[in-house]
Design a binder for this molecule. Structure first.
Ligand code: COA
Ligand code: AMP
Length: 638
């Protein structure tokens, strides 16, 4: 752990001196049909494009290449599902056969290069087969997390306009089977765009009813494809062709369709496996996330396979499936070298097993590093994990938009000293700066808006799906020449980054990114609500949880408690259980500035017991006392 022995500084300097040379070299680790001659084309796309004249295929690099090079018998995926009592190893050769037939099935339904396919599935291997099959034939997948409700799915259907959707009959949450099919049917009903076909995986835990003509049984299709020897080969694609669209919360209820390309994505992710995560081909890598999130896309589905690793697909939770020793069991059973998860998972384990007693008896000898991301890693949790696991615990910072780490501790290049509360240092490709309101760099240790100088490195979003203008407006307009991360924080004297908060209305609930603006839209839609405000308040387990304040319309005679219950149900119905919206509080008035802006920040500080000062522009200071009193009735605030 010595900054002097790490190669980080020299590698970062090398990138800064010659970014194109750096990424051109990194691109050699990928198999191309046509090698890119132009590494970065400034004239293409919104801010330029990487490897614009390269021709490649993501599925080929994830699967076929390894079979061709003798890795066929190695597990590519290990499906470990405590909720169904299943463990299955899928070798690279078996995976290739599955994906070839899935790709042939898609092709038989008329799916072609550029067509969109929405995948709404739990954590089962078939979801990954579907993703790789899309990549194989150049279709653009869009995976929607299972915890979202029908309306959220409908919004994504209308934006992506899929030709076909792939789903499963159910997901399995501890103590509850979630029927996916009725949600999907409802979403298609709500959407204006109607996908032609639905392919459905029937799970024995809860079978779904099929709609004749539109719905098709995936297992039957697979059996027929295998019987008939159907297979589809990889389609050569431009490096800049889209691989997938992943929707993420924006500042309104309309999610942003983050686009990922093929070439840059492979180059950066492959680089990260060796240099950031420090794992070697053949080793087992585990991202304990969900394929519905970017961490799942990048580090369950794609990067480990680009690098010839074995990736774990875990259908379970850190606690309750069956206990807080589940992670240690998986690490030991499969010889995991590196685990990547969100701090909230470790807070959940710490809460149930503070002494780490459940570690006893598990062989963690192959386990070298724990990586955390998705939300700020609190020093307590990091130290607790270090103490019980005796391995480095490394925070790193990234976003759905970037697809890989912006700042982290690159163990592959030689680990740097850990500073608690810091996400560590920028990765090559990212010139990270902290600017003030006048767009001037602030000095070391001073808080400001965190931005990245353009161009963004390979794998980062080139644009939003069919919305170049929204992309420019959301990310590039405020700080010309820079990408706005919408995070605030500071850089210390030694170049370490500290990510402190968002500058917009996004909150992070158990590592899941949600928009409070989107929730306010739902609250406001209740017929008895005159106005509302949603803020993220501190939560010991989930980091943050949403708290909604509502003002009822004049003349409403119903009991506030009854309306609050309906509001909680409404958010679950419209956004989904993932929002974890359980707190609705009726107040007489909301605190505002004289110009009518709701003082959400001050309300949050009161709820969080943080120091706060009376905003100079407040209209009526007494309202803050009313908010504090209302919070107190729920045991919140100070
Ligand atoms: N399908 C349907 N419902 C889902 C779902 C899915 N795929 N995933 C979660 N949900 C539901 C849960 O059942 C829960 O519903 P409930 O309100 O009826 O209990 C709700 O959505 C909230 O889920 P979750 O955020 O997972 O909270 P939890 O209380 O069930 O578990 C943790 C808390 C900390 C154990 C859990 O959040 C966790 O494992 N986090 C790991 C971090 C992670 O995966 N981050 C992703 C980015 S790295
Ligand atoms: P998502 O797009 O879901 O990955 O969420 C991205 C946001 O999560 C970032 O903009 C940050 O606000 C937050 N985030 C992710 N990782 C970290 C981290 N290591 N430290 C602090 N915040 C983080």
């Amino acid at each position: 752990m010595d900054a002097r022995t790490s190669r980080y500084r020299s590698v970062y300097d090398r990138w800064q001196r010659d970014p194109e040379g750096f990424w051109g070299e990194a691109a050699q680790a990928i198999d191309w049909y046509e090698q890119p001659k132009k590494i970065f084309d400034r004239s293409a796309g919104v801010y330029g494009r990487w490897f614009a004249d390269g021709v490649c295929n993501t599925c080929y690099n994830a699967i076929d290449r390894h079979v061709a090079q003798g890795r066929g018998a190695q597990p590519a995926l290990i499906y470990d599902s405590p909720v169904t009592n299943t463990k299955r190893r899928i070798t690279y050769a078996e995976l290739l056969d599955e994906v070839k037939s899935y790709a042939a099935i898609l092709r038989d339904f008329g799916v072609q290069k550029g067509d969109r396919v929405i995948i709404y599935m739990p954590m089962v291997p078939e979801a990954l087969y579907a993703m790789y099959a899309c990549a194989r034939i150049g279709a653009v997948h869009s995976v929607v997390f299972g915890g979202f409700a029908a309306k959220e799915l409908a919004t994504r259907i209308d934006d992506a306009k899929p030709k076909l959707m792939i789903t499963a009959s159910c997901g399995i949450e501890p103590g509850r089977t979630v029927a996916y099919k009725p949600l999907l049917d409802e979403a298609i009903k709500l959407a204006s765009h109607k996908p032609e076909f639905v392919l459905l995986l029937q799970r024995p835990q809860l079978e779904a009813a099929m709609i004749a003509g539109r719905d098709h049984d995936l297992a039957q299709l697979r059996a027929a494809a295998l019987r008939d020897g159907k297979s589809a080969e990889c389609v050569p694609l431009a490096a800049t062709d889209p691989l997938y669209i992943l929707y993420t919360s924006g500042t309104t209820g309309i999610p942003k369709g983050v686009v990922r390309d093929n070439g840059g994505h492979m180059v950066a992710l492959r680089w990260s496996m060796e240099n950031l995560y420090g794992v070697a081909p053949g080793e087992t890598y585990w991202a304990a996330s969900d394929i519905g999130w970017v961490v799942g896309h990048s580090y369950i589905v794609y990067a480990p396979l680009f690098h010839g690793c074995t990736s774990i697909l875990y259908e379970g939770k850190p606690v309750g499936t069956p206990d807080a020793g589940a992670f240690w069991r998986v690490i030991a059973d499969h010889g995991v070298a590196a685990l990547f998860t969100a701090p909230t998972a470790f807070r959940a384990i710490k809460k149930e097993d503070p002494q780490g007693k459940l570690l006893a008896g598990y062989d963690l000898s192959k386990f070298r590093t724990l990586f955390l991301a998705g939300e700020r890693a609190d020093p307590d949790t990091i130290q607790w994990a270090e103490n019980i696991l005796k391995v480095p615990v490394l925070d790193h910072w990234w976003q759905t938009e970037t697809g890989w780490c912006i700042a982290g501790n690159p163990v592959g290049l030689g680990q740097l000293p850990v500073k608690y509360g810091s996400a560590c240092v920028p990765m090559p490709g990212y010139d990270v700066q902290v600017l003030d309101e006048a767009h001037k760099p602030v000095g070391p240790g001073k808080m400001g808006a965190i931005v990245v100088k353009l161009p963004l490195p390979p794998a980062c979003l080139p644009t939003l799906w069919q919305q170049d203008e929204r992309f420019k407006e959301s990310y590039l307009a405020e700080f010309p020449g820079y990408y706005k991360t919408a995070d605030a924080g500071f850089i210390d004297e030694e170049g370490y980054l500290f990510i402190m908060s968002r500058t917009d209305d996004i909150i992070n609930v158990a590592g899941h990114r949600l928009s409070t603006g989107g929730m306010e839209e739902v609250l406001a839609s209740h017929p008895d609500v005159a106005e509302c405000a949603v803020v993220g308040i501190k939560d010991e387990l989930k980091g943050e949880v949403p708290c909604g304040f509502i003002v009822l319309k004049a003349g409403v005679k119903r009991q506030p408690a009854e309306i609050e219950k309906e509001i909680v149900g409404l958010v679950r119905e419209k956004i989904g259980p993932v929002a974890a919206f359980k707190l609705a509080i009726t107040v007489n008035r909301l605190p505002k500035t004289r110009s009518g802006k709701i003082l959400r920040g001050t309300m949050k500080k009161i709820a969080d017991h943080d120091a706060w000062s009376m905003p100079a522009t407040i209209d009526d200071p007494a309202i803050l006392d009313e908010i504090a009193a209302a919070l107190k009735t729920r045991g919140l605030g100070g």
